[in-house]
Write a protein that binds this ligand. Structure first.
Ligand SMILES: C=CC1=C(C)c2cc3[nH]c(cc4nc(cc5[nH]c(cc1n2)c(C)c5CCC(=O)O)C(CCC(=O)O)=C4C)c(C)c3C=C
Ligand SMILES: [Fe+2]
Ligand SMILES: [Fe+2]
Length: 355
């Protein structure tokens, strides 16, 4: 038995943690604890081309993200993308980097969400990991089992299910488990695109933010990260989840379809992605005479390069250059009390019988 791995502090066995009926000298084994691992997408370790290149290499090598045959994709990835994109992406990360803690916003808020959840569940081990980059899923699962977690709930921090994101987290979790002799019991929380606590949290954050403005939005674009159209055609339910979140939020806020249109951002590569595109929608609304525009991005639970740079900086520039007057991006749920309430509700339900 590889029990030493579970004795992080090298302590001697005690009456309480020595297994019943175990012979004298049996090593202490931490066990019987429940763990919750929050997992977000990932982010580079520094806003530098080298760190961004390492991160993008791992990210864009995942067949869940780009499903093209490797013989076609790898020459494009290594020959073009990893030579050209890291410098440009690093410049964008620099614009939004959190200098005080030297990390990306996505990493900062993911940790804050984990810390806030931990305060709700004394005795459980609450931790966080990144699908790509650091801290890795494997390293945190190892740390959790070392602390005695024999039951672990994985919470992918994606409200809408997609094979590219949610399933990729599950792949990485079970790949890590393949190397374990003593595996914990593992549960994976489902997507929460229509969970009342999630819709309530979005509504509360939107209202709070709108109350800080001295102008009234004429339109609110609900912008979600996009996907290749081909993935949707092949059966990925992501688009349907986004459409349902948008409908529920409209109903909650009393918005019409025209007032709050759905759009998809962050197109990557040449193939057709889900439409309409957010940048084109911003431009069209400005051209149609809309002067006051808000964008809310419900698919991101943490502010990140896609919300802070692509929308709040670049989207704003498009709007202003096309005749707009007031633009605002609603902050993500981040470390708000409503986000903690949402994660608490998910954890309570999905650990039923464990905690
Ligand atoms: C084929 C490429 C991509 C797919 C498919 C994709 C799906 C997808 N991504 C998110 C969430 C995030 N993506 C983020 C950054 C990001 N995404 C891609 C490409 C695809 N995403 C790239 C190349 C990048 C890096 C930035 C860049 O070079 O432009 C992020 C932000 C990470 C951060 O550190 O801030 C998030 C979050 C979802 C939800 C999704 C499918 C539904
Ligand atoms: Fe992405
Ligand atoms: Fe982007």
């Amino acid at each position: 038995m590889k029990a030493q791995r579970n004795m992080m502090d090298g302590s001697k066995p005690t009456e309480t943690n020595r297994p019943i009926h175990a012979p004298d000298g049996h090593p202490a084994i931490a066990q019987g604890r429940v763990g919750v691992l929050l997992v977000n997408l990932g982010t580079p370790d520094a806003p530098e081309a080298g760190a961004v290149r390492r991160y993008l290499r791992e990210f864009l090598s995942d067949q869940r993200i780009v499903d093209l045959p490797r013989a076609i994709w790898l020459p494009v990835l290594y020959g073009i993308i990893l030579n050209v994109r890291p410098a440009a992406t690093a410049r964008n990360y620099k614009k939004i980097w959190r200098e005080e803690s030297d990390e990306s916003p996505l990493r900062y808020y993911t940790r804050a969400q984990s810390d806030a959840l931990a305060a709700q569940f004394e005795g459980a081990v609450i931790d966080w990991a990144m699908r790509y980059g650091n801290p890795s899923i494997e390293s945190r699962l190892d740390a959790m089992t070392a602390q005695g977690c024999t039951r672990i709930l994985i919470v992918p921090l994606y409200p809408q299910y997609s094979a590219t994101t949610t399933a990729s987290v599950t792949d990485a979790v079970f790949d890590a488990a393949k190397a374990m002799r003593w595996q914990p019991a593992i549960r994976v929380a489902p997507a929460f695109h229509d969970e009342p606590a999630y819709i309530d949290a979005l509504a509360a954050e939107t209202e709070r933010h709108f109350n800080t403005l001295d102008w009234k939005p004429e339109r609110v674009i609900m912008s979600f990260h996009g996907l290749p159209q081909r993935y949707f055609d092949a059966g990925d339910p992501y688009h349907c989840h986004c459409a349902k979140t948008a409908r529920l939020l409209r109903e909650k806020m009393g918005w019409t379809d025209e007032f709050a249109p759905l759009a998809f951002q962050s197109k990557f590569g040449r193939e057709k992605w889900l439409e309409p595109a957010t940048d084109a929608t911003i431009e069209e609304l400005a051209q149609a005479g809309v002067k006051n525009l808000a964008v809310i991005m419900p698919g991101f639970v943490s502010d990140c390069i896609e919300t802070l740079e692509e929308i709040d900086i670049s989207g704003r520039e498009i709007f202003m250059a096309t005749g707009g007057q007031n633009f605002t991006a609603v902050p993500c749920l981040n470390d708000t009390p409503e986000m903690t309430a949402l994660l608490t509700a998910i954890t309570e339900r999905e650990t039923a019988g464990w905690l």
